[in-house]
Structures are given as structure tokens and as C-alpha cells.
Design a protein around this ligand. Structure first.
Ligand SMILES: C[S@@+](CC[C@H](N)C(=O)[O-])C[C@H]1O[C@@H](n2cnc3c(N)ncnc32)[C@H](O)[C@@H]1O
Length: 434
């Protein structure tokens, strides 16, 4: 069948229409004329497969990565960078209209200065082929494991080290995880900050030999090695954490803020753009008496805005991250900033009773704000809210609820995840005057 692609889908697919139903077609770009087959009928929509490009978009480019389609991690690898940014702005706008009934201004997206080689971390399962270990990922919605030769969005040092670590593992004839024996190597986790690398080997019941560790420590940039022993099937990648060698924590500097973090603690995966993101929050934040930062991770946002409030309380559910955040407050001489380990919604509910909280910053996971959080915000006297979101759909749905009491002042998309359809957004809100 032949059709013209009408618009972008949220996952970077093209959407066309066939007999009144939308057809989601991977690798198709709006305004292209294409031929496609129907892969499946999902009731309200169809899934199509592009079979031939009849008229190609000027926004299309040759994708750098040979496995971009199979991997699925970089669903926009075939789209020129300016057009990727336009796609994200457009999808954010459409989502805000759909769920929050907001059709106001959205600031132009803050572009990523490095659309390739920006990722500071990876978490990749091991596979084995002809007795050799490799890392890869499962193709989206399948059980097919795709080998990764080279990743173009990993930072250069991270990618170089990943390849060298694999070489050493194979020289030591290490094996992938065997679920029956509960031994072997499951996942390779690596983080790179300021040209220093931390490696976490997620394994079964495995003793890492001294010779193997010694060889890994010889790699340029490697400063920290951990092991995570995990024999259950649950999704969480970290099990029993064992510190093996070097520096326990990773250290990084963002402008004049110093941060350190343990392996379990979350940090944004694009270090340079996180500085630009945090500066938007800092610029938009008014002077405050008491600010709560919910979902505070290792405390980076609170420390960025530390001079704008008399007191800042960060709330985070991972104890390691809270410990790091409190140490980071000390490291940066921020006596007015402290962090507690609690569920963000429950903590806000009691903090607004105990203190005059006038400003709230939230940076929740992709699932957005839970009901307790939203109800507490609506009942509170919080004047200013800054919502940092990595998921336009949950952001828009949450704004749809919060608009009862808050008006949207400004919205700033930030491109943290180039080559992917994901977009980070900062939204400033102000409590309506009654
Ligand atoms: C998107 S990250 C934001 C971290 C931080 N703002 C930053 O920029 O590094 C979300 C954080 O929320 C934490 N989190 C998830 N659910 C939570 C909850 N119910 N209560 C408190 N923190 C939670 C996660 O552990 C994670 O550190």
C-alpha cells in the first residue's frame, strides 16, 4: 500500500492513516510518501512496516549506527538533528494540548551541544557467542538479544572502556550468567564523570579473580570497581553490593558545585545538558523562605539553587542517594540544605504542616506525581512550583490536575537524550490568586 506520512508518533514513528485508522510506521518521517505492509491490527490502530521509500524527506539522513533499528534505543538516528528537536517540540505541544488543555507558548528547545557521544553511563546485559562474551540489548518488545559492536551515544571514553573491558573478560574466559548454576556475568554497568570511570559487574555467585581485577585497573580512566551479586530474576539490576577496588564513590563537578555518588544513586545521563537544565531551574526560582525539592537524587538541583532560599529540604527514597546528598551539602558548605529519606508525597504532606513551604521543585521518575503528592500540592499554600519532567505524557496529565490551583508561567524543553524521541521539560507554575 502507498501512503503519505502525516505526523510524528511519540516514539519516533511516522503516523499515516489507512481506512480511517492511524497506522504507526517505524522509520517513516512525516511528509514522506512510502509503501508499507500492515504488520498487525490493534483494534483502534494499525502497526505498519515501511517497505519502500517513494518520496524521501529532506530531514532524513543516513543513520550512523548499523543496528539502530534492531536496538531501538535511538529511534531518531535516521533524522537530522534540527528535525529531531522540532519533532520533540511538536510532540510536547500536542501532549500539553491533549492532557492539560494548554495551548500557550513553549520556549524553543535547548539543543544538546553534543548530539552524539553524550551518555555518561550504560547498563548492558551480557550475551555469549562462540564462547565469547559481548554486551547488547533486547530488541524492543521481543526476546531477541542484539549484539552491540559500538554505541554512538556513549561518551567516547565510556565506549572505549566498554570494548576494552570485554576484551579483558574474554582473555580471562569469563562466562555469561547461568540461571541454573547461579554463576557468571549478567550485566555491565559503567559510569563516566570528568574522564573517570566506575565499573559495576553484576554477577551471580562469582568471585572476581585478582588477576582479572588487576587487568581492568590498568585501563585508562578506571578509578572504581564494584560487584553487584544478584541471583534473583527481579528487574532491579543491583543486588548485594560489594566494593572491590579504587574509589568507593564517583566525583563530579558541575560549574562550582561538587558532587559525589554511590552506584545506586541516580544521576542524569547527560552531564553537560544537566548543567543547562539546572540553570533553567535556578534562573526561574524566586527568592524563597522554605523550598522543598522532591525526588532530589544526590541533591544537585537543591545545591544549584542554594542561594535562593533560606532553607531547602530535599526528599528522596533511596538511602544511598540521601547520604550522598547530605555529604554533598557539606562539601558545598550549604548549611541551609538538608535531605531526608522518605516517599516524596508523604514527606510533603507533613512538611507543609510543619513549615511555611513557599516553593516546590519536583523531578519525579517517568511515572510522574502520585495522587498523594498532587492532593497535597493542591491543598497547600505553595506559591511557586517548578516541575522537571522526563515524560511529557505524565507531565501533561499532572498539569491537567494541578491547573485547578496553578497557572503555567513558562515551559522550557531541553534535549538531554538526542537520537531518541525522549525530551526533558521544565515547567514553571504559579498559584492562582483567589
Ligand atoms: C528523575 S530522578 C531526579 C533526580 C535529581 N533531581 C537529579 O537531577 O539528579 C528521580 C529520583 O526520584 C527518586 N524517587 C523515585 N520515587 C520516589 C518517591 N516515591 N519518593 C521519593 N523519591 C523517589 C529516584 O530514586 C530518583 O533519584
Amino acid at each position: 500500500m502507498k501512503t503519505k506520512v502525516k505526523k510524528w508518533g511519540i516514539n519516533g514513528e511516522g503516523i499515516a492513516f489507512h481506512e480511517g485508522k492511524p497506522v504507526f510506521i517505524e522509520n517513516a518521517i512525516p511528509n514522506e510518501v512510502i509503501e508499507f505492509d500492515i504488520k498487525s491490527d490493534e483494534g483502534t490502530y494499525l502497526v505498519g512496516e515501511l517497505t519502500r521509500l517513494v518520496e524521501q524527506s529532506s530531514k532524513r539522513r543516513y543513520p550512523l549506527c548499523p543496528i539502530w533499528k534492531e536496538c531501538g534505543g535511538c529511534a531518531l538516528m535516521h533524522v537530522k538533528y534540527p528535525a529531531q528537536c522540532k519533532m520533540k517540540e511538536g510532540n510536547l505541544k500536542e501532549t500539553l494540548i491533549k492532557y492539560a488543555d494548554y495551548n500557550g507558548r513553549i520556549l524553543p528547545i535547548l539543543k544538546n551541544p553534543e548530539p552524539l557521544s553524550y551518555r555518561n553511563s550504560c547498563k548492558l546485559p551480557f550475551g555469549e557467542e562462540y564462547g565469547e562474551l559481548y554486551t547488547g540489548m533486547y530488541e524492543r518488545d521481543t526476546n531477541h538479544f542484539q549484539k552491540m559492536e559500538r554505541c554512538y551515544v556513549h561518551s567516547k571514553l565510556l565506549e572505549q572502556t566498554r570494548q576494552e573491558v570485554l576484551k579483558i573478560m574474554n582473555e580471562h574466559h569469563l562466562k555469561m550468567y547461568d540461571d541454573k548454576k547461579k554463576t557468571g556475568y549478567r550485566t555491565l554497568v559503567m559510569k563516566e564523570f570528568d574522564s573517570k570511570i566506575q565499573i559495576i559487574f553484576v554477577t551471580g555467585k562469582e568471585d572476581l579473580s585478582e588477576e582479572f581485577i588487576h587487568d581492568v585497573t590498568q585501563l585508562e580512566g578506571v578509578v572504581s570497581i564494584w560487584q553487584s551479586v544478584k541471583t534473583e530474576t527481579k528487574r532491579e539490576v543491583f543486588g548485594d553490593m560489594r566494593f572491590i577496588w579504587g574509589e568507593e564513590k564517583m566525583h563530579l563537578r558541575l560549574e562550582d558545585i561538587q558532587l559525589s555518588l554511590l552506584p545506586r544513586s541516580f544521576f542524569q545521563l547527560n552531564t553537560k545538558q544537566s548543567v543547562n537544565l539546572y540553570n533553567v531551574v535556578k534562573d526561574w526560582m524566586p527568592r524563597s523562605k522554605t523550598t522543598v525539592e522532591a525526588y532530589s537524587g544526590i541533591g544537585a538541583i537543591s545545591l544549584f539553587v542554594k542561594d535562593k532560599a533560606q532553607e531547602i529540604i530535599g526528599v528522596e527514597s533511596i538511602q544511598d542517594a540521601v547520604d550522598n546528598a547530605n555529604e554533598n551539602a557539606m562539601l558545598n558548605h550549604a548549611d541551609n540544605v538538608s535531605f531526608i529519606c522518605e516517599d516524596a508525597g508523604s514527606a510533603l504532606a507533613h512538611l507543609v504542616q510543619e513549615k511555611e513551604v513557599d516553593t516546590l521543585i519536583v523531578d519525579p521518575p517517568r511515572s510522574g506525581l502520585d495522587d498523594t503528592m498532587k492532593e497535597t500540592i493542591l491543598k497547600s499554600k505553595i506559591k511557586t512550583m517548578i516541575y522537571v519532567s522526563c515524560n511529557p505524557a505524565t507531565l501533561a496529565k499532572d498539569l491537567g490536575v494541578l491547573k485547578k490551583e496553578y497557572r503555567i508561567v513558562k515551559i522550557q524543553p531541553v534535549d538531554m537524550f538526542s537520537q531518541t524521541p525522549h525530551v526533558e521539560t521544565v515547567c514553571l507554575m504559579s498559584r492562582k490568586q483567589k
